[in-house]
Design a protein. Sequence first.
Length: 100
Amino acid sequence: MKTAETGKSKVRAHVTIAGSVQGVFFRMETKHVANVHRVVGWIRNLPDGRVEAVFEGEEQNVKRLVEFCRKGPSGARVDSVDVCWEKFSGSFSGFEIRHD
């Protein structure tokens, strides 16, 4: 989806990150990077030790977040990142860390 005001594509990525990604500030650092790049959505820990996130924003900025997830913060060890590109919803007003 392109926006009239910028002419840039808006996208949505549903991401699942596996490895040593909990207890290493992965969610907090991802939220910081999302805010810097004006990406909205959410991130949460999963019971099986993975981290799940949804990112929405301008395509290049969402791709930057996905690339960040491939490395993570120092202390993290990322084994795999699964990305599913979904239809942009525009339903988020910010980026949040979920605790559900």
